[in-house]
Structure formats: structure tokens, C-alpha cells
Ligand binder design. Sequence first.
Ligand SMILES: [Zn+2]
Length: 320
Amino acid sequence: MAELPMLCKPQLPTELLRDIVFEYVFTFDEGRKREVPRHSSKPPWSLLEPLTLASKVLRQLTFEAWFEIYYVHSPDDLLTAWPELGLWTKELHCVELGTDLQILPVHWNLRAFHRLRKLRIDFDPMMSNTMLLMRFDYPKHIASNIRELEIYDTSWPSPLTIRLVVDAFSGLRTLKLSQDLIWCSLCNICCFSTFRDHPPKEIAYDKTVGLPGHYATYMRSLTNLQEVVLTISYGLGGNFSLSEGNANLWTGECDACMDMMYAEEDFRKDWVEKKTQTVRPPSLRSVKWRFRHKDVGDVIHLVDADEGEEVEVVETYTDE
Ligand SMILES: [Zn+2]
């Protein structure tokens, strides 16, 4: 741990001590791997514990900083939380490993968390889990005050998922989804994307909506939504490239659809034109697509997005 000799001097005002402690906790890089699903991004407690022994004031401040993000594995963790967490916790990081097939009539009860501004949900990528989102909207007045929602590994990122999000979290300003698949608005199937070569790390849209059409339609009722970040996995071996510009305003279309349907130039032009005219959610400023490479063996994720019924799932790819 870095030395913090100043912290023990009583003449420092508590406000300054608070800034120092929070700066120490939240700029700690080694433990803050924020994009690793199902892992806490907080630094190890062992690195903070000495602060709690230095003085009564530092102990209080360290707990406040530590519990600003509350990392939990079970709805029971919320029910047994200290009362002080209602004031300290601004972000809940929930790991939900259940499946739609065994959905329990139990909510992740947010009642105690009056200052909650961000909710992060990490699902199990091997489970069908979309309907589990309905466990996170209680009570409504807390859920609707959440400003940022981040979801990892929703099994089927179809418009149904977006509708569940919109219904539960009406006050969102930022929405981040990160999973292997994307919903193709040409064939209405959740797909694993493949490209001819590596896409850029990020594609950003600020002039056009940059979302699959039905996503944009559902999100219009999120009147405060300013930013959407969609992170997907991709493999190589496809026919289309995003590395040399984005003339087709790609928004998740699968390689098979682009290969078949874009061959008809009139259709392609009409489709792209339609994207330029898609109505944006009223406050939306930017949509970003981010990409992470995966080696693909045989990957088939098929789902009827309209019915939400799984048709076939075969997964044999491995992380890069
Ligand atoms: Zn498609």
C-alpha cells in the first residue's frame, strides 16, 4: 500500500481526508478491472484495512468509500446490508447466475438504497437469462431513479431485452450492454457477428441513431437517455468489413443477411436510407459499438427474437 503519512495528522479537515481516501480507493488500478464480468472491480480489502485501524475518522471514511460500490451475489445480500449502505452506496454490482427456466419469485430488493445511481448486472453467459431482468425493478421508485445501467452477458439481446429495460428503468441516461451476440434487424435473430477482418475498436454514431430499428423504437420512451454503448464479440471469416469505413451504417446486421440482401443494390440503398431517418430517443447524443475478438469454432446461436424461443444453441468457441 502507498504510504499515507498525512492522513494520521488530526489537523487535516475531515472533508480533505474524505477526498484523499476516495481518491485512493477509486484510482486504484490493479484491482479495478471494470470490464471483467462476474468479478468485483474494487481493490482488495486487505489494501484498505490498515486505514480502518489508523483512527476513528479514517475508519468511517474508508467504509464509506469501500461501500460506494456494493458487490453482491444474492438478493439476500441486500436484505442483510448495514443500514448505512443506504447512504453510502451509489452503485450496486449484482452477479445473477440464475436461469429463466428456474426464475424465482424473489426480487433483488433495492428498497434500502436511496442514493443508488448505477446498477450493474452480470449474468451467466451459459444460461438463458433475459427474463431475470424483471427481478431488478423493485421498488419502482428506486429503479426509475437509476441513471446508469450496465448489463453483462444477457443471453438474447433481442428487442424484448430492451423492452424489459425500458419498462423497469425509466430514468436511464446511460445504457451499456456487453455480450457475445447481437440482434440482426434483417433476419430478427440473435447472432454471433463475423467480419472479413478486424473491425475498429469502436464505431461511434452521433448524427444517425446507430441502433437496430426496434431498439430505437423502444428506447424513445427513455426521455433522459443520452448514451448507449453496445459491446459485442466477433469472429473472422465473414464477407463484410468495417475496417475501411462504415458506408452501410452497420447496426448489428449479420454477415449472412448482408451477404444475401446487400447484393441487391436497391435494397441496400433503401435500407441505409431508412437508418438515416430513424427517429432518435429525444435526448440521445451518442451510440457506440465496441468489439472484442473471439476465436470461432462452431458457433450457432439461433433464437426467434419475436417469440423469445430458443431454437438451437451450440457453443464451442473459446475466449481469445
Ligand atoms: Zn441477419
